[in-house]
Design a protein around this ligand. Structure first.
Ligand code: 7TS
Length: 412
């Protein structure tokens, strides 16, 4: 197996082999880590940014009149600027730090949704979505009387665009769709879906949890109204993520949590609110992890993303064709447009058993419904085995994965 074949100039090969050394838990681990869709490992640069912050700069941001607070504030706000650049947002006011994708989506559901939806309105999602892009809309629909519709998926695991266009109407107020499916790896045609939704006057949220770690994202080119993602799936810390929104939408939205930082003036009777992005960042923020996420962005920007994307595509292609030849293995999700994820089932075996047999051979995969139960119900599967790849995986990992799976099958 040679994932480097299509990108085999010497500097690319050297750059890719160096990447493994940047991740202590990859370089120093016997285990083959193929659970990257759940969370990625962290490069030393991110670990250092966290410990340097606590060792040298720790202070609360924005309020105090001392040097430490100034340094902490500067690093925190520099991270916001890095994230702005990373997704090509027009301004830093549009980068709201949240705890992650889940919190970003809940923020929009509670603030924008509660204000803008009413009975008779429709929200469109798809059967591919992660629970965190389903349940907040279900709760919102229950509170407002709006209706939640889910677009069908094709047997290949792609969004059924004919069904999407049929469901879109002037009743549609919001479309919320994943950029990349965490369960199947399908890359969804979000630009096309956004443009069609805009034609009907609907707002579109893109769940970018599984895209930002694998491909360049340009929120302006996509024309997304909201874009949500998590730091921990793009080599950053857990507990930090981003909500991007268009300025006119964010400005018109009411705050969703009250507290310090999000206010301008407070009397017992009345509060006026801070400007963006602070209006949505009540309380002491997750300063250290925001700084760690800024370091993750700088790490990603230090590598050639198109080369890495091609390399990851090659890994996925090689892994797919290798396991598809094994007896009883069925790949779930066969779209031509995929990123990072290889889901499969084995005839006559529960995914959990395959996961255990792989783990016994030090190959870490995820099994189950992948927080996409409606998709599993639609596919009539109890779950799948999911191997998910990142830039530090290599062909040795693939060889060990395929050998471990071959051995696991021999036990059945
Ligand atoms: N949306 C998608 C597409 C996801 O893959 C996930 C997490 C989330 C939202 C939620 O992100 P969080 O960081 O707020 O939890 N996906 C997975 C997964 O596939 N395995 O573990 C977590």
């Amino acid at each position: 197996m040679d994932a480097l074949t299509d990108i085999a100039d010497e500097s690319s090969v050297a750059a890719l082999s160096k990447i493994r050394a940047d991740f202590p838990l990859i370089a120093g681990n016997e285990q083959v880590y193929l659970d990257n869709a759940a969370t990625t490992q962290k490069p030393q640069a991110v670990i250092d940014a966290l410990s340097n912050y606590y060792a040298r700069d720790n202070a609360n941001v924005h309020r105090a009149a001392h040097k430490l607070a100034g340094r902490a504030t500067e690093s925190y706000e520099n991270s916001r600027e890095s994230l702005r650049r990373f997704i090509n947002a027009e301004s830093r006011e549009q980068i709201i730090f949240t705890a992650g994708t889940t919190e970003s989506i809940n923020l929009v559901a509670q603030s924008w949704g509660q204000t803008n939806l009413q009975s008779g309105d429709e929200i469109i999602i798809t059967l591919l979505e992660h629970h965190s892009n389903i349940v907040p809309w279900q709760l919102l629909a229950q509170r407002t009387g709006a209706t939640l519709l889910a677009c069908n998926v094709t047997p290949e695991g792609e969004i059924d665009l004919a069904d999407y266009h049929a469901k879109l109407s002037t009743r549609t107020k919001l479309v919320s769709v994943g950029h990349v499916s965490n369960a199947l790896g399908t890359i969804n045609p979000v630009a096309e879906m956004i443009s069609a939704a805009h034609d009907k006057g609907a707002v579109v949220l893109v769940d970018g949890a599984q895209s930002v770690g694998h491909m360049a994202v340009d929120v302006q080119a996509l024309d997304a109204d909201f874009y949500a993602f998590s730091g921990h799936k793009m080599f950053g810390p857990t507990g930090i993520g981003v909500l991007y929104g268009k300025l006119e939408l964010l400005n018109a939205m009411p705050p969703w949590q009250g507290g310090g930082e999000m206010i301008e003036t407070v009397t017992i009777e009345h509060t006026t609110f801070n400007s963006l992005p602070y209006k949505f960042e009540a309380g002491t923020p997750n300063i250290a992890d925001a700084i760690g996420l800024g370091a993750a962005v700088q790490y990603i920007e230090s590598i050639d993303r198109s080369m890495v994307q091609q390399y990851e595509d090659n890994l996925l292609r090689l892994a797919t064709s290798a396991i598809a030849q094994l007896p009883g293995v069925r790949v779930i999700g066969t779209s031509a447009h995929k990123s990072g994820v290889l889901s499969f089932v084995v005839d006559g075996a529960h995914p959990g058993d395959i996961g255990t047999l792989l783990d016994q051979q030090d190959v870490a995969v995820r099994v189950g419904h992948h927080c996409a139960m409606p998709l599993m119900q639609h596919l009539e599967l109890p779950g799948t085995v999911r191997a998910s790849f990142s830039l530090y995986n290599n062909t040795d990992d693939l060889d060990r994965f395929v050998a471990a799976l071959t051995k696991a099958l021999s036990f059945l």
